[in-house]
Design a protein around this ligand. Structure first.
Ligand SMILES: NC(=O)c1ccc[n+]([C@@H]2O[C@H](COP(=O)([O-])OP(=O)(O)OC[C@H]3O[C@@H](n4cnc5c(N)ncnc54)[C@H](OP(=O)(O)O)[C@@H]3O)[C@@H](O)[C@H]2O)c1
Length: 209
């Protein structure tokens, strides 16, 4: 079993679903956790749960992964003794056909699901370069492996993550990249998924449930 005790681990999208689940699990392995998301209440609750579950430390940060400004402000101010593991998990889904999706929505999904992880990784380059070993885990999706109806931009963003982070690994001897490729997991992701006009889908889909 991989040991995580005392490791310094940053997780994006830790306020809900898979990210919160990973945080709780790593807390039982006594890691130092840096949790990010946008919803302060949910994030703080996960943080408290992690402390209760045995985390060496847990702190939370509001970071909007769709905003270059927010990511850059966080990256500049973030300090930790180390960054052993970076888990790029935050993401937003889609529920509309390609032709029904406004181009602004295509871009919004790419901002959160592709540019956000890229910008955050670049913003943390100082910490990453200082590490003898840094593991980067990227949550893509089974939709990152092939096309899927009503997910054109989501699929595109998830595909793009493979290209960027495989290249990053090849360029840096100290970086090890792992792709997390979930199928359907019961989380609220279909509720926050964007429709063609940028509104929330707002429904727990049968497949998700
Ligand atoms: N559930 C599935 O079936 C499934 C399948 C394949 C892949 N995935 C991937 O797994 C990852 C986690 O999804 P999930 O299923 O756990 O969904 P979730 O419960 O909706 O969680 C999504 C997380 O991403 C965060 N997030 C979304 N937009 C953000 C933004 N602009 N800035 C910062 N944080 C943002 C959310 O934080 P706030 O709510 O605090 O904003 C939340 O913590 C995503 O990358 C998703 O694409 C999920």
């Amino acid at each position: 079993m991989i040991r995580f005790d005392g490791k310094h681990i940053l997780i994006t999208g830790a306020s809900s679903g898979i990210g919160a689940g990973i945080a709780r699990e790593l807390a039982t392995r006594h890691a130092n956790l840096y949790l990010t998301g946008r919803d302060r209440d949910r994030l703080e609750k996960v943080c408290e749960e992690c402390m209760g579950a045995g985390a060496a430390s847990a702190s939370c940060f509001i970071v909007d992964m769709a905003s270059e400004e927010s990511i850059s402000a966080f990256s500049r101010s973030f300090s930790a003794p180390a960054l052993d593991v970076l888990i790029l998990n935050a993401g937003i889904s889609q529920r509309s056909t390609a032709f029904e999706t406004d181009p602004s929505v295509d871009r919004a999904i790419m901002e959160t699901d592709f540019f956000g992880p890229v910008l955050l990784t670049k913003g943390l380059v100082g910490l990453i370069k200082r590490q003898e070993h840094c593991s980067i885990a990227v949550t893509t999706s089974i939709s990152g492996l092939f096309g899927f109806p009503l997910r054109s931009s989501y699929c595109a963003a998830k595909h793009a993550l493979f290209g960027f982070f495989e290249s990053l690994e090849l360029e840096n001897r100290n970086i090890r990249v792992t792709f997390l490729i979930p199928g359907r997991v019961n989380t609220p992701i279909s509720k926050s998924a964007l429709d063609g006009k940028g509104g929330k889908h707002g429904v727990m889909d049968d497949g998700q449930a």
